[in-house]
Design a protein around this ligand. Structure first.
Ligand code: PAF
Length: 286
């Protein structure tokens, strides 16, 4: 496995590679990331190259967010990549990725302002901009992202499609701990008691899914389920930002005519448990 820090070295290494599978990350890799590298390998095969980027992207963090605290564990990450059979780790520093102030950006449409975007203004502009830069540096044929960051997947998948980037997007299922907690780099910030409580988020989503499938399926019933879930989590010490049922395609509320008109839905949740803010989601087909 090669560790590359500069864009010029990366381009030189990848110049003659026809089939590149790419997994963009911010490091602090866990089993979920490793799963994404396996999916990338599955697509490009042994003759292709799997590249993982590790870069904590300041552009996607708000001024009061955890950019400085975000765990940086490059040595461990490289070892995990080596064991997983990754070919290249690209780990630029900030000056390499942003040698001058980044005045051009990718401005996603309205979806960037809802849900995570409402809580974290500018977040998806920062994500889309850095991912476009990384795509231009790596020039992958395949890119793999985890569906734990569901809204991010939607924003990036739409970007690739609408801008005709020649990249096949793979959106991978969330990898979970045995107790159901979605794996995340931020789980490391949970105290022992918070870690015990954390799978409750997934249980809450599963309960909404069962009740939704059992019916009734209309705007009032869904609003009641969302409000009940928020109240339940609050009573257990959580501070939810949102728990909401949305259409998978554009993450807008489902439309109704008689019963639920949209059948492909996703329940999205973001909630603080102590300091850490956890995200999770569950797809529902009606
Ligand atoms: O999901 C992440 O880790 C980041 O948002 C990404 C896609 C690597 C962009 O910085």
């Amino acid at each position: 496995m090669e560790l590359i820090h500069s864009v010029s070295d990366l381009r030189a290494r990848l110049k003659a590679e026809p089939d590149i599978g790419f997994v963009p990350t911010m490091g602090n890799l866990h089993a979920g990331h490793i799963d994404l590298t396996r999916l990338a390998r599955g697509r490009v095969g042994q003759s292709g190259v799997v590249v993982v980027s590790i870069f904590v992207n300041r552009l996607q963090f708000g001024p009061s967010e955890d950019f400085d605290q975000y765990p940086r564990t490059l040595k461990d990450d490289c070892e995990k990549c080596r064991q997983a059979g990754v070919d290249v780790v690209f780990a630029p520093d900030e000056h390499e990725l942003y040698p001058e102030p980044q005045q051009y950006s990718i401005e996603p449409p309205e979806i960037q302002h809802i849900l995570e975007g409402a809580v974290r203004p500018g977040h998806f502009r920062g994500v889309a901009t850095v991912v476009m830069k990384l795509f231009n540096m790596v020039q992958p044929s395949v890119a793999v992202f985890g569906k734990k960051d569901y809204q991010q997947c939607r924003v990036l998948d739409n970007m690739v499609r609408q801008l005709n980037l020649p990249i096949q997007m793979i959106l991978a299922d969330t990898v979970r701990a045995k107790d159901g907690l979605a794996l995340s780099s931020r789980n490391g910030f949970l105290s022992a008691s918070e870690r015990l409580e954390a799978p409750q988020l997934q249980r809450t989503l599963s309960a909404i899914k069962s009740q939704l499938q059992a019916g009734p399926q209309n705007a009032g019933a869904i609003a009641k389920l969302e409000a009940q879930a928020i109240a339940d989590l609050q009573s257990r010490g959580w501070q939810p930002d949102y728990i909401t049922v949305r259409r998978r395609l554009d993450l807008l509320p489902p439309t109704f005519s008689g019963g639920v008109a949209d059948k492909s839905l996703v329940i999205l949740a973001a909630a603080r448990l102590g300091m850490p803010r956890l995200l999770d989601n569950l797809e529902v087909s009606l």
